[in-house]
Design a protein around this ligand. Structure first.
Ligand SMILES: [Zn+2]
Length: 313
């Protein structure tokens, strides 16, 4: 038996070292989207665009402020912030393009969270750890979709954390777009959540990675013109996760920026303080957040939709 007891700790140490992927679902390269540079986005950003945007607060929830904000940041300390339960919302955003149809940015929560919580796919230790008992699902994705005339043509995910793919069980197999290495990046945390991530994605065929190229203007890690007509843009903003993506949609009323969890909170956006323990790489997240705040400062009429709170402006 000695070899068994020798082997098991070694295997455990190896698992801790290499971690595992976010999901075991197949990954393919997206055929949608044309790589550009940020100057191409800036050339059209202030022109009225053809896309309409509807933001839906799918659920209300409470999580640790220390996850949402780096409380060790001097700007957070100067504001006297300490850890507490912070009220947040879980969103999905409907983007309607006159030619390409209905797309979603992120997915809110599944209908089972409201109607059959015992059958919801986020269960067990992960649910407990996520303070799932404080979640109130007000407008689940499926309940909203049942009232829409059109089907979802694709989902533009900001990243693959559970609270951004929580509504996927309400979707038939649908193209799911993610940033580079978002699914394949190995981490210790994934050992804990991969089962739930896979459960939420069950029934889907694959995730499709955006084919970013380096942004020649060095504002972002990469820039993609999603439909090739300059109406919707994907910006690679790594840090919160390896493949975190922000989006810009050009509407008749001007541009709308969707930050994903590169910025969770109104305080984070107003002060530039990056997320806390929910973020994988705080320094890189800070760089991406700074780039988003810069583009918003340069285009002050741009509307900003944050990861988990509304911005009063
Ligand atoms: Zn989130």
């Amino acid at each position: 038996m000695r070899h068994v007891f020798g082997f098991v700790p070694a295997l455990g140490a190896l698992l801790l070292f290499v971690g595992c992927q976010a999901s075991t679902l197949a990954v393919s390269q997206a055929t949608l989207g044309t790589p550009r540079r940020s100057a191409d986005l800036l050339a059209v950003i202030d022109l009225p665009g053809p896309v309409t945007v509807e933001t839906v607060a799918s659920a209300q929830w409470q999580v640790d402020l220390s996850g949402l904000l780096d409380l060790s940041d001097p700007r957070a300390q100067a504001a006297g912030l300490a850890n507490r339960d912070e009220p947040i919302e879980v969103y999905f955003h409907a983007i309607r393009h006159p030619k390409f149809g209905l797309f979603l940015i992120d997915t809110g929560v599944e209908t089972a969270e409201r109607d059959h919580p015992d059958a919801a796919r986020v269960q067990g230790l992960v649910r407990t750890f996520m303070h799932g008992d404080t979640l109130k699902a007000s407008t689940p994705l499926g309940a909203w979709l049942a009232k829409q005339p059109e089907k979802v043509a694709g989902v533009l995910l900001t990243h693959m954390h559970i609270d951004h793919i929580w509504g996927v069980p309400d979707l038939p197999p649908t193209p799911l777009y993610v940033g580079p290495n978002e699914s394949s990046q190995r981490s210790f945390e994934h050992l804990f959540v991969q089962g739930v991530t896979d459960a939420l994605l069950r029934g889907q065929k694959e995730v499709l990675e955006w084919r970013f190229q380096e942004d020649a203007d060095e504002r972002f890690a990469g820039v993609i013109d999603v439909f090739g007509d300059g109406s919707v843009w994907a910006l690679w903003t790594p840090g919160h996760t390896a493949g975190s993506v922000s989006y810009v949609a050009r509407t008749p009323d001007g541009p709308v920026l969707f930050t994903g969890d590169t910025c969770h909170t109104a305080f984070g956006w107003q002060t530039g303080v990056p997320p806390g323990s929910f973020t994988a790489d705080r320094a890189l997240n800070q760089k991406s957040l700074d780039a988003l705040r810069q583009i918003a400062n340069e285009h002050p009429h741009m509307q900003v939709r944050l990861g988990h709170q509304r911005l009063q402006r």
